[in-house]
Design a protein around this ligand. Structure first.
Ligand code: RI2
Length: 304
């Protein structure tokens, strides 16, 4: 898919999930590099940067998109000629996508090692990384049950319950507001991540922070499953991550509602690191207090 179509599919959530949007954006940069027919190296670099900006403007919150796109154009300024720059972008994109897919599998394994036979798990929204943990635990022969939230307003929980049921796992769908009423039956919570800031704050689907608070109240371990490209180098100096506000129609379409009612539709919320027992990454388990050091190791200190 070309860059413009990919950006539009990300905006309209035809492509969704922090990992998926990052991979498809990176792949579309490679598609653009393949299709470039000009013969001016400087023009090629300018156009690649324009395409980067189109993708980055499609959704504001998940840093995975930023990291995926930026890694696909890494080193283009050092490209010798157009063919060399093309090769760099294609190879960067292939490496990003492969590493991303592998990371989800590795996270599945690390997360599953934390699950005990007989556990009841709870998850929110639809996270490939969290589902990978649940599936892997089941494939290890553990007898598990899962609660999954509906996840208003988009209802991505329906995707999750179908994926889990198709894998043969016992799964129960609950509305978001039922989390506290079932937490006494839950042994562990696993959710995904859109962005993890340098101070270890998790930014994930709206409702996540309430689940973390309830898990904390019940002494249930709360863990987020996050490939390290969900870590934000942009927050090393300043945390000004924008929480996306989406069209209010996502909430009220088809509903009988007085025109004077104001609607607020934030898509993500912030869970402070103190409520997170561990971040499960492809590098292993990371404490929220160690995120800053990991960001510097992975991305360097220079990113703004
Ligand atoms: P994976 C999703 O966002 C959810 O917030 C989910 O937890 C997160 O991306 C991570 O998903 P949205 O795109 O990368 O549905 O683990 O708004 O698949």
């Amino acid at each position: 898919m070309n860059v413009e179509d990919t950006a539009s599919a990300i905006k309209s959530m035809k492509i969704r999930g922090a990992g998926r949007i990052a991979r498809s954006a990176s792949e579309s940069m490679a598609e653009y590099a393949k299709s470039y027919t000009g013969n001016d190296k400087r023009d090629f670099i300018i156009k690649l940067n324009e395409k980067k900006d189109i993708l980055l403007s499609s959704r504001p919150t998940a840093v995975s998109l930023y990291n995926g796109v930026m890694s696909s154009i890494k080193g283009i300024d050092n490209g010798k000629d157009i063919d060399d720059i093309r090769r760099i972008v294609i190879e960067n994109s292939e490496a990003f996508v492969n590493n991303s897919e592998n990371a989800v599998k590795i996270i599945g394994k690390y997360g599953a090692d934390l699950v005990d036979d007989g556990d009841t798990l709870l998850t929110h929204c639809n996270s490939s990384a969290a589902v990978s943990v649940i599936r892997t635990a089941y494939e290890q022969g553990k007898d598990i049950k899962v609660f999954a939230t509906e996840t208003r307003p988009w209802g991505q929980g329906f995707i999750t319950v179908n994926e889990i049921a198709e894998a043969g796992i016992d799964v129960t769908l609950v509305v978001d507001s039922a989390v506290r009423s079932v937490m006494d039956k839950v042994d562990k919570v696993f959710v995904g991540a859109d962005t993890i800031t340098a101070d270890g704050t998790l930014i994930n689907k709206i409702g996540t922070s309430q689940i973390a608070l309830i898990a904390n109240e019940f002494n249930v371990p709360f863990r987020t499953c996050a490939e390290t490209y969900k870590f934000s180098p942009l927050t090393l100096k300043k945390d000004d991550v924008e929480i996306e506000l989406r069209d209010v129609d996502e909430i009220i379409k088809g509903k009988d509602i007085n025109k004077k009612v104001k609607i607020h539709n934030p898509v993500f919320d912030r869970t402070p690191g103190k409520y997170i027992d561990a971040i499960i990454t492809e590098r292993g388990l990371i404490k929220p207090s160690d995120v800053r050091r990991n960001i510097i190791e992975i991305f360097g200190e220079g990113e703004q």
